[in-house]
Design a protein around this ligand. Structure first.
Ligand code: P53
Length: 484
């Protein structure tokens, strides 16, 4: 084949997870409760197409803490990565991973979030995980906060709504930078920092019914997170001079439903509201369209002297993002047709997953080109993949050709984007090992190359098994993306 090589030699292939979805052992090793330990599994028959992750009031939280018969909190058990990380990492190494994205659970390090001294047992656990990765030459890529806010900070401060969390977070970040400075070179601050707009509890630890002006509280909390993120960037650069630290956005590529300028404008507005987050974290200041939006909505951000300088002086080294699907925006007040978290309108040119997520590989290329045009910093895809029901055949095989098709099509478009000049430094597919879904707490929504024997109720042996996609991805990495 004469085609020009697509992926750079040092391209970081790998897979991604988060502590809250894999570790389990929620009350072992001195760990405190985190926000997602309080979210229950709700069967599809009751949940419908809604994604509802939020605890909304003190009352609701108290009731959850008191517990009742039949409670099912899947994130408390995860897939038992806490005890099985050696086996799992050996499988990642077998696939040839260059990098493994994971998160540190903040309440493993500071169980209540506001202690003066860290929990040594928690720190020691991640030492073991990083050592295991480095043993195989796998570079850890570590998210500081992936929906793992210590629950005590919710109870005491209503989460990021309170500025106190900035110092507490920076202290946590400095603690782990100092501890792991010789082991971890790639860091991310907040996972999908824009999620707070949809889910204030999961994104910012806010019990939304406890505040008067909801939007005000969410954007104030986000301001605190921007400041905390910028200060973490500063600390990272000081403590680990050869490290790279990035931001992380749930990217929502949005198309206008038609070429009617009204639709185009609505789509543009949605796009700006999504890129607002990376505007702040990559460019270092609030974009004017957002300041106008705040004014129109009578949102008054409380900024302290020095905040603007912090944002401007400590921008990220690279931009990372998740990409699963694209959206369609319309100026018409149409009925929401899709079982989709974010958007109402169906794209007639695309197929959707069993969860209504519209599969769009070219959308990934579009988004890569658009973001690289806008920011001119290295890009890193740290989540992408297909949530699907997998079936184990009688011979024990899991033939996930649909997953291979999805990943192949997306990687192809990444290659095209690189050929077209985009600086893409890595790709970690989401849920490289089956894990608990963030949105629905299902185990049966699977993303992995590795199957985990567990159902939505925690039944199963937790045994790991390679799916068909395992060897496929292994070959993708071995050929540096040339053979798909
Ligand atoms: P699940 C919604 C839409 C896009 C990304 O999601 C999202 C969500 C939240 O559900 O979150 C990211 O597990 C997130 C991961 C999550 C993954 O997407 O609902 O960073 O923690 O697991 C997939 O299928």
């Amino acid at each position: 084949c004469m085609s020009q090589k697509r992926f750079p030699e040092d391209f970081l292939w790998g897979g991604a997870t988060a502590a809250n979805q894999v570790e389990g052992a929620y009350n072992e090793g001195g760990k405190g409760l985190s926000i997602f330990d309080m979210v229950q599994f709700v069967p599809k028959e009751e949940r419908g197409n809604d994604i509802e992750m939020d605890v909304k009031s003190k009352e609701e939280l108290e009731a959850l803490l008191a517990g009742k018969e039949g409670d099912n909190f899947p994130k408390r058990r995860g897939i038992d990565f806490y005890h099985r990380y050696q086996e799992d990492i050996a499988l990642f190494a077998e696939m040839g991973f260059k990098t493994f994205r994971m998160s540190i659970s903040w309440p493993r390090i500071f169980p209540n979030g506001d202690e003066s001294q860290p929990n040594e047992e928690g720190l020691a656990f991640y030492d073991k995980v990083f050592d295991e990765l480095l043993k195989y030459g796998i570079e850890p890529l570590v998210t500081l906060s992936h929906y793992e806010i210590p629950l005590n900070l919710v109870q005491k401060y209503n989460g990021w709504a309170d500025r106190s969390l900035v110092d507490l977070f920076v202290n946590y970040a400095e603690t782990v930078f100092t501890r792991y400075k010789d082991k971890v070179k790639y860091w991310l601050t907040f996972n999908e920092i824009n999620i707070s707009v949809f889910s204030p509890y999961i994104g910012s630890g806010i019990l939304i019914d406890e505040v008067e002006n909801k939007e005000q509280a969410v954007y104030q909390a986000l301001h605190h997170q921007f400041i905390a993120s910028a200060r973490a960037v500063k600390a990272c650069h000081e403590i680990i001079p050869n490290a790279k630290i990035g931001c992380m956005l749930a990217r929502m590529e949005v198309y206008p439903e038609t070429c009617n300028p009204d639709d185009v404008l609505v789509a543009l507005d949605e796009d700006q509201k999504n890129l607002f987050f990376t505007d702040v974290q990559v460019r270092g200041y609030y974009p004017s369209f957002m300041l106008s939006y705040f004014e129109e909505k009578n949102i008054k951000l409380n900024m302290l002297p020095g905040d603007e300088e912090i944002l401007l002086n400590h921008t990220v080294d690279f931009l990372s993002f998740s990409y699963y699907m694209s959206m369609v925006a319309t100026a018409n007040d149409k009925e929401k047709e899709l079982g989709n978290f974010f958007t109402g309108v169906k794209n007639p040119y695309l197929k959707a997953s069993d969860w209504g997520w519209q599969i769009d590989p070219k959308g990934l290329r579009i988004t890569l080109k658009k973001m690289y045009d806008r920011y001119q910093v290295p890009l890193f895809i740290v989540e992408n993949g297909l949530g699907a029901y997998d079936k184990m055949e009688e011979d024990g095989m899991i033939n996930d050709d649909y997953r291979i098709d999805y990943l192949k099509a997306h990687i192809e478009q990444m290659g095209e984007a690189i050929k077209e000049g985009v600086d893409l430094i890595g790709y970690t597919s989401w849920g490289c090992i089956d894990l608990i879904s963030a949105g629905t707490s299902e185990m049966s929504k699977r993303y992995g190359f590795i199957y985990v024997d567990q159902d939505d109720y925690g039944n199963g042996t937790l045994a790991r098994k390679k799916k068909k996609s395992f060897n496929w991805y292994k070959n993708v990495i071995a050929t540096n993306g040339e053979e798909l």
